[in-house]
Each structure stands twice: as C-alpha cells, then as structure tokens.
Ligand binder design. Sequence first.
Ligand SMILES: Nc1ncnc2c1ncn2[C@@H]1O[C@H](COP(=O)(O)OP(=O)(O)OP(=O)(O)O)[C@@H](O)[C@H]1O
Ligand SMILES: [Mg+2]
Length: 364
Amino acid sequence: MTKIKLQHVSKQYTKESDKVIHDFNLDIDDKEFIVFVGPSGCGKSTTLRMIAGLESITGGELWMDDQLVNHVPSKDRDIAMVFQNYALFPHLTVFDNIAFGLKIRKVKKAIIKEKVEQTAGILGLTPYLKRKPKDLSGGQKQRVALGRAVVRDANIFLMDEPLSNLDAKLRVQMREEIIRLHKTLGTTTIYVTHDQTEAMTMATRIVVLKDGHIQQIGTPTEIYKNPNNMFVASFIGAPAMNFIHAKVVNNQLMTSEGKEIAPLARPIDHQGKVILGIRPESVVLATENDGLAMDVEFVEMMGADLHVHGKLEQSKIIIRLNPDVMVKENDRIYLRFPHEKIHLFDPNNEESLYQSEGMTAWVD
Ligand SMILES: Nc1ncnc2c1ncn2[C@@H]1O[C@H](COP(=O)(O)OP(=O)(O)OP(=O)(O)O)[C@@H](O)[C@H]1O
Ligand SMILES: [Mg+2]
C-alpha cells in the first residue's frame, strides 16, 4: 500500500538559477500507473528524481503514505528505479544482476535464489540467467533492469524513459510487458516518457508538463477528449489536433474568411477570433454545398488509414480518412466538422474556451 502526495513541490538547482519545477501538486493513489509526459527539458526526470530521493526538494512537501519524506534518504524510501540506459553490471551474469540489490541487503542465499528465479519467470528471463549483459538483446537487457526492480518487492516503481533505447517494435512489446507486470504486481508506478503513445496506452492517469508547470492531470480519455489548452491538445494525439483560425459571431462559428462552420451547441462567453481545434479523425467528408474547401497538398498511405495534408484557407490541416477513399495531390475536397467534435481555444492565452467532445463533462 503506497500513496504518494506532492504538495506545492518546486525545484531550483542553484540559488542563482531559475526554478525548473513550479508548484507541483499531485495525489497518487495506491496501485496507480502515473505517466509524466512532456517535451525535453520540461522537468519530468527532475520530479521523478525528487520522488526517488536522488535530488533534493527545494520547496513543498513529498509524502509517502503518512510520512513526510523530504529528508528521508533514497535507500529508505521503498522505491525501485528503472533507467533508460539499463545500468546493468557488465561483469555480472543476469542472475547476479537481478540478485544484486538483495545481496547488498544481506538476504539469505536460498531466498535470493527463489526470488530471482521467480522474477526471471515473470519476465521470461529463465533461459538467460547465466549470460552476461553483452550477450543479450536490448529488450532482454531492459527486462533484466526491470527484474532488478521487481525482485526487491518495493512498494513504488519509478521508471525514467525505460524503453527509449529500444527499436519501435520492441518498444511496443516491452510496453505490453510493463502493463502486464503492473496488472500482476499492482505496484504504484510513476513512469516518465516524452512519447504520447506510451502515455496514452500505459497510464491510469497522465500528468502533462511544460516548462516545469503541470498543464493537466487526467485519465488518457479525459486528456484526449477535454484538453485544457492548445499545448495539451497538440501534444497528446498523433497526428496532432488541427488548429484553424476562426471566429465566433452571434454564437455562430465561422472561418476567418466568413464561411459557416457549425452552430455551437451552447453559447460561449467569447466573440471574435478563436482557434478551432479538431482532431484529424473527427473530420468528415462533405460536398461543395455543405462543406469547407480543403486543397490537398499530399497524401500519406498509412495502411489502416490515409493521412491527407493540405490547407483550409490559411490554416494547415491533416485529416485521417478511410484508405479506400480516392484522394490525391492537388485535389480540392470538402469537409464538415461535426459540432460535437469541436474545440475552441482563446488565441491570446491558448486556454480552452469550449469543448464539445465528451458532452457529459459539462452537463450542468
Ligand atoms: N543537475 C542539474 N543542474 C542544473 N539544471 C538542471 C540539472 N538537471 C536538469 N536541469 C535543468 O532542469 C530542467 C528540467 O530537466 P529534466 O532533466 O528534469 O527534464 P526532462 O523533462 O527529464 O527532459 P528529457 O526529456 O530531455 O529527459 C532543464 O531545464 C534542465 O536543463
Ligand atoms: Mg529526462
């Protein structure tokens, strides 16, 4: 049982430097799989390392269950950490790499053997126990690194981009293994990545970070359907949400050039310029009579779907279509934006003004 609470946590590496984490607040429940996601330098590793006790906390409080742990040394925090570069001992066998943490804790030999074998079984490493890391594939190495965390029976797993050294196919496979491992062990996990697909597929809740500020916390569905601002909207989802210059006139949504887009399902407290957000898969093909013109610049055949790139008035746009649709470069096609899929953002502060996906979210 481990709950983690961060209250107004901040980080400043030196007195002279700027804060890199600002007012970080998060309540993590037992057994959650939390993913910190955001671009390079946004503070994911710094926050994880503060939770691990590898980095001091310069402001705020960190609680684990009912204990304030700001000043508790890392070794006393009941955590196990997995890093991007595996951090294996090259001269030790797989068995000894997994056993290492137990050995230094003076666990009895027979128990070590039992635990290492059990862990190897869970992670499919049984055939490799006698090998050295150099004779393993990247995925196998990362499994050994996971094994070292699993064998410790720690209450919290902290993982910093553990899959980013693996090729695309192996990443998908290891992602599934980590999800399965979490289902089996139920260990509270915080996982850092800059890969939105990992965040979407693995997390019970996602924390989106930018420049050391939390942008949004929510389940993958909440974050995808109801992004708080344009940053979250564009960071989560691939291809990213389209942003189109538009305006609201008497509760009617129009393009910059004055073409009607859709009536709004409810009034908004904003007139004039807005940024319309719509996901590539939400756009529907229409006819010249009832659609907005899009000039196709190029088409990418993805197999399961077709990504059509082009321009709608002055805004770049990508739409996802069924691969059987015949669309090619230089075509003019017509689009409709279903009103229940429309997002509107304030062009000045980029905050959400209106969300219509997941309608229940704002039913009074
Ligand atoms: N030891 C350090 N001393 C001073 N500044 C640091 C130190 N480590 C990180 N920083 C700064 O803190 C900020 C956050 O860095 P951090 O490593 O947490 O980012 P990140 O989100 O993990 O990025 P990445 O995706 O590239 O790993 C960056 O501006 C970075 O330059
Ligand atoms: Mg990092």
